[in-house]
Design a protein around this ligand. Structure first.
Ligand code: KG4
Ligand code: ZN
Length: 398
């Protein structure tokens, strides 16, 4: 079965094609292609993702990106199954009024996209339905609906965070290579750490989800980005701040200030990161009274921030793992690329004898491959069909 994944929940426009098969109860997958078009540079001027700009950019880029995906993969090489002009126009006409007003760029590129008349060899379309920035999500959801209606291919709605969980089960292999997706030992704990979320999710032996911990304010990635901005680093600041912290450790530069480890002793599995960011702000203000910030002060503070944020993630994960005897820890979301976090997670899971699942580098950030994989494995597809407007597009309750 071939699945097209569509992801537009934040500032990455992403499309992927995967093939999956189930043999002797085992799921195998091969990535045909996975493309990500990042808008990060455009948003850096605003110091964060600017939702209406994200929507406009997705609208501009998603059709050309699909064109590239099809050109690379030849999934639409058989032009014997095509729509004629009238059929094509008829489907698009249903969207004209709304789309031409709401997203003129998307409308213009769609209505001129002759390649969409050839029906590709795709069995299913998976879209990110949330969580994410609403104007940005809207583009992928509508695009998925339109393709689904044009080509009469089933559409399935996928939760973005579930995507990050599935993504971490994939191995880094060249495109085209088959791999068996092994289910981790269950019950498992998922630590989801991104720009919008910080969650601990229980995955029980039936693969049902329960959120057992979440942030009360900022997400950990957001806190990294805000602290990085205070240190004068470009957006998205997480990787830049982390590089400074790595340098501080290498050069043995300590922090001049001690930052709090918010909620570390709260006894529950919840997080809070906004106080940590405010503590960074005060530390910088105090230091600036003495003169311009030195490089060593910046490095030391970045190190202290990173260690404070990661200590809270590790402490809460440890508490959850010890309390409930989870067999595996699955880590997903952009912050899972953080080198210090990875080292600490390895130590934690080795000590506890728990299997650790981390995404490989190319898919730690947002991508459509993980969305396609969730969509492809959804065996309750009929309940989730949204192409005919039979189901609302609320976030899946998990
Ligand atoms: O999952 P993701 O790509 O997008 C969302 O769904 O939010 O996560 C993006 C977040 C950003 O806040 C970014 O700064 C952070 O992940 N991030 C990092 C690192 N790489 C990305 N944070 C800390 N250290 C990193 N190496
Ligand atoms: Zn994400």
């Amino acid at each position: 079965m071939i699945t097209l994944g569509i992801e537009t929940s934040c500032d990455e426009t992403a499309l992927a094609l995967i093939e999956t098969k189930v043999q002797d109860g085992e799921l195998s997958c091969r990535v045909i292609s996975s493309l990500v078009h990042s808008q990060a540079e455009l948003h850096s001027a605003y110091g964060g993702v600017y939702p209406s700009l994200a929507k406009r950019e997705h609208g501009k880029n998603i059709v050309p990106l699909l064109h590239k995906l099809f050109a690379d993969t030849k999934v639409n090489a058989d032009s014997s199954k095509s729509l004629n002009d009238e059929e094509f126009d008829q489907v698009l006409e249903n969207y004209r009024a709304e789309l031409s007003l709401q997203n003129p760029d998307l409308w213009a590129s769609l209505s001129g996209a002759q390649f969409l008349k050839v029906i590709p060899k795709i069995d299913r379309i998976a879209i990110t339905e949330g969580p994410g920035l609403e104007p940005a999500l809207w583009v992928g959801i509508n695009f998925g609906h339109i393709l689904s209606n044009l080509w009469n291919i089933p559409l399935v709605a996928v939760n973005h965070m579930e995507g990050h969980i599935y993504g971490s089960l994939l191995q880094a292999l060249p495109f085209g290579t088959w791999q068996v997706i092994k289910k981790p030992p269950l019950p498992a704990l998922a630590l989801l750490v991104s720009g919008g979320h910080t969650e601990l999710v229980e995955i029980d032996v039936n693969w049902d989800y329960k959120v057992i911990g979440a942030t009360k304010d900022d997400a950990v990635g957001e806190a990294f980005d805000k602290a990085a901005r205070l240190l004068g680093l470009p957006y998205p600041g997480g990787p830049h701040l982390s590089m400074l912290a790595d340098l501080a450790r290498k050069e043995n530069i300590p922090s001049a200030v001690k930052l709090p480890r918010p909620m570390i002793a709260s006894g529950d599995l919840h997080f809070s990161f906004s106080g940590l960011k405010t503590a960074v702000l005060y530390a910088i203000r105090d230091e600036e009274k003495k003169g311009p910030l030195s490089d060593n002060f910046k490095k030391g503070l970045a190190r202290e921030f990173e260690e404070a944020a990661i200590e809270t993630l590790i402490t809460k994960s440890k508490q959850a793992l010890e309390r409930s005897g989870y067999q595996s820890l699955i880590v997903g979301g952009g912050v899972s690329a953080n080198r210090y976090l990875i080292e600490e997670l390895k130590k934690l899971t080795e000590n506890l004898g728990v299997s650790l699942y981390l995404p490989y580098r190319d898919i730690s950030g947002d991508n459509a491959l993980m969305i396609a994989l969730v969509g492809a494995t959804d065996d309750k597809l009929s309940e989730k069909l949204v192409a005919q407007g039979t189901k609302g597009l609320g976030t899946r309750d998990w």
